[in-house]
Design a protein around this ligand. Structure first.
Ligand SMILES: *Cc1c(COP(=O)(O)O)cnc(C)c1O
Length: 341
């Protein structure tokens, strides 16, 4: 029996139609900028995000790294959340490969970085300090959508302090769908935006970095330097194009599934207090011991979730349907019938 895999929206597999698009892809050498499918994907991405140019890269990690390296010189710094992907989950790449120092700061309950706290950490010119150059935000942040008026205020603060802004938009389409706005309404506050094709959009590989023509020219050079210049990458870009053309609006179904899961779990005595649900991510704060035990119980019923520091995480995506969610609800209810929270 196949697993119901709720660990992450990265586990999606290309659909038959997507595989057909891959099969039929026209290709060329993308290092010579001659792959028509890659060029088409980059053009469509730039249009969607209303930036001058976009660059197809191997992963979200690479997109974030290139963005930071484009906007910070050696020894300079960027501000990011304490558990932001671009700080905590990328192997220290900005420091290792760019000699760029992170300035991590606390993430608030709503996923934002407090504006006063950002201001406090921007270094004034002083012989002791490095130069703060970039503010990196993440949207969605563990499923949480950053409020639009917050983005406007963050931009004003960045401008006042001569900072550039990068958006780690691995799941920015989830944010846009939740807000019922086009992604360009979000991206307009940022100098650069990265987004993942390989999460909820359902493509097997790839991310894009969008920004000004000058930034993307620099990014293309950095991508080559990092070993990310790919040749007949159109076979991958075709999947990404298919995803952008077909899989954006359906993200709303993932949100409905996540909220349905959350609403049913809230009915279990004691669970309401330790449950959080935003866009396509449901978090259950059950503590480290219960976490292991619950994950094991789920696994014996062919359901996979992710455990992290006492949290159990369920992520909905296009390979999860309503009946998978109903089965998951049933199995969790069964668990808590025998185990008090
Ligand atoms: C998944 C993710 C990335 C990129 O991950 P890759 O596996 O490198 O593609 C970046 N930022 C956030 C917030 C993510 O969730």
């Amino acid at each position: 029996m196949p697993f119901i895999d709720l660990r992450s929206d990265t586990v999606t597999k290309p659909s038959l139609e997507m595989r057909r698009a891959i099969f039929n892809a026209e290709v060329g050498d993308d290092v010579f900028e001659e792959d028509p499918t890659v060029n088409q994907l980059e053009k469509l991405s730039a249009e969607l995000f209303e930036k001058e140019k976009a660059l197809f890269v191997s992963s979200g990690t690479q997109a974030n790294l290139i963005s930071v390296l484009c906007q910070c010189n050696r020894g300079e710094e960027y501000i990011a959340g304490q558990n932001a992907h671009v700080y905590k989950w990328e192997g220290g790449g900005c420091a290792v490969l760019g000699s760029v120092q992170p300035q991590p700061i606390q993430v608030e309950k709503d996923g934002t970085l407090h504006l006063d706290n950002i201001q406090k950490h921007i270094k004034p010119w002083d012989v002791h300090f490095t130069k703060t150059k970039l503010l990196a935000l993440e949207n969605t942040m563990w499923g949480k959508v950053l409020p639009m008026d917050y983005l406007a205020k963050a931009r004003a603060l960045a401008d006042k302090n001569h900072l550039k802004m990068h958006l780690d938009g691995a799941r920015v389409f989830n944010a846009a769908i939740a807000l019922e706005v086009p992604v360009s309404a979000i991206s307009k506050y940022f100098d650069t935006v990265s987004f993942c094709l390989s999460k909820g959009l359902g493509a097997p590989v790839g991310s894009l970095l969008c920004g000004s023509a000058a930034t993307i020219e620099k990014a293309r050079h950095l991508r080559k330097m990092l070993g990310g210049g790919m040749r007949q990458a159109g076979v991958l870009a075709a999947a990404g194009l298919y995803a952008l053309q077909n899989n954006i609006n359906r993200l709303a179904e993932d949100h409905i599934n996540a909220f349905h899961l959350a609403n049913e779990l809230r009915k279990i005595p004691g669970l309401n207090e330790c449950l959080e649900a935003n866009t396509n991510i449901v978090l259950l704060r059950v503590g480290p011991e219960r976490q292991q035990d619950l994950l094991q119980h789920l696994k014996t019923h062919n359901i996979l979730a992710l455990g992290n520091e006492g949290l159990v995480r369920f992520v909905t995506h296009l390979d999860i349907n309503e009946s998978d969610i109903d089965k998951t609800i049933h199995v969790i209810k069964q668990y808590f019938r025998n185990h008090l929270i």
